[in-house]
Design a protein around this ligand. Structure first.
Ligand SMILES: [Mn+2]
Length: 389
């Protein structure tokens, strides 16, 4: 008997409230309006919480008439692929994309990528040349490498490098991912675009974009062997139905410039090895792309775990370092070496780094208090590689 008395007053109160509402039509309408507003608010919150990055970016792009999709200087396949993907997403949102990049596209693989996929990419030298007010940065999160880059506030950022750069409307930086192209492939999945080889109108993700994205992933992860997450494999599987295998092969195996092979052979022949490290000075050259390629090649030498290749062009020494040695953080090594040379610059990641030293920092002979000789530079490099600095 006692147990039925608890809820009874509440039930009574509810009955009275319902009675009051039913008796007064104005009150009934007010209650209805308030409930409707509450439901709408909850729906908006849920949509905010659960909207995917791809949908959010497409929506942000759709608010513009035109947008610049900007690659980093000397774009690599991943940067070009991410740019082509974001550009297609803009088109899906009825926004005109303009693809631009600072620097040059010189590496034979990058040139083949652009040519085989017939991409319309435009070089710029200053912010004045940007084709639209709003800029999306892909594969980097802070604009660099052109006049006025530091004044750019990007509209959106899509990247997999660490950094603090953000976009005013959209930011998606995932440092754990192996490639920016994997992020962009996810966007297509999220907006419901399926890869389709024959009918791009319906499929919305055509062969060019799918092939570009897959190649970008392969290039940034050493063919899915380095720095991968599940996302790279998922993206590869998603893109597969629309991928043009013949195009992949043509990009991966381009003709190599004669000078590049010459410089690589010089780097091998003239190497100084101080096991397990190697330094090679290839002297004068005209194609700077040869230096990192020579470093890549030298790193495959048995017993060598870290290398630095030095080349000279237009009064400047260019250094490119590679490491597969956990004891050697290449970016730090190069930074240490140029530390006391005021006009020199260097930096990079654990596994790769680069630097420039103006020849004016180099001195002939001994006894100078400023600058170093070429020989001293080689010695310093070995010292830094060993960790003896
Ligand atoms: Mn990348």
């Amino acid at each position: 008997m006692a147990q039925v008395q608890g809820p009874a007053p509440v039930g009574d109160a509810l009955d009275r409230a319902v009675g009051a509402v039913l008796a007064d039509p104005l009150l009934a309408i007010a209650v209805l309006l308030v409930s409707a507003a509450l439901v709408l608010l909850v729906l908006l919150l849920v949509r905010r919480l659960f909207v995917t990055e791809g949908v959010a970016l497409k929506r942000a792009l759709g608010k513009l008439d035109q947008v610049v999709v900007l690659m980093h200087p000397n774009p690599d396949p991943d940067a070009m692929a991410a740019a082509v993907g974001v550009a297609r997403l803009a088109e899906l949102a009825d926004t005109e994309p303009i693809l631009q990049f600072p620097g040059q596209i010189r590496h034979q693989e990058n040139r083949a990528f652009r040519t085989v996929l017939d991409l319309d990419l435009e070089p710029i030298e200053s912010a004045m040349e940007l084709g639209a007010q709003q800029v999306v940065l892909v594969d980097h999160n802070e604009a660099r490498g052109f006049e006025g880059a530091d004044r750019i506030t990007p509209y959106a950022v899509v990247d997999h490098h660490p950094g603090d750069g953000t976009g005013s409307a959209f930011t998606d930086v995932r440092p754990d991912y192996g490639a920016s192209a994997s992020i962009v492939a996810e966007y297509f999945r999220q907006v419901g675009a399926r890869p389709a080889r024959d009918d791009p109108e319906v499929g919305m993700l055509d062969t060019t974009v799918a092939t570009a994205l897959l190649y970008g992933i392969l290039a940034d992860t050493a063919h899915l062997t380095r720095g991968c997450t599940r996302a790279e494999f998922d993206a590869a599987a998603f893109l597969y139905p629309a991928v043009d295998e013949d195009a992949l092969d043509r990009i991966a195996n381009p003709q190599v410039d004669q000078e590049i092979l010459d410089v690589i052979s010089r780097a091998i022949a003239d190497r100084e090895v101080n096991p397990p490290y190697a330094v090679s000075d290839v002297g004068d050259l005209s194609n700077l792309d040869a230096i990192p390629q020579a470093a890549d090649e030298l790193l495959t030498l048995e017993g060598v775990t870290a290398v630095v290749v030095i080349g000279e062009k237009d009064g400047m020494l260019h250094l490119s370092g590679r490491s597969r040695d956990d004891r050697v953080h290449m970016g730090n090594v190069l930074q240490t070496v140029v530390e006391e040379l005021p006009a020199a610059e260097a930096g990079g990641h654990a596994r790769m780094g680069g630097g420039q030293i103006p020849l004016e920092e180099m001195v002939e002979g001994e006894g100078s208090s400023e600058g170093v000789t070429r020989e001293e530079l080689h010695g310093r490099l070995f010292d830094a590689l060993v960790g003896d600095v």
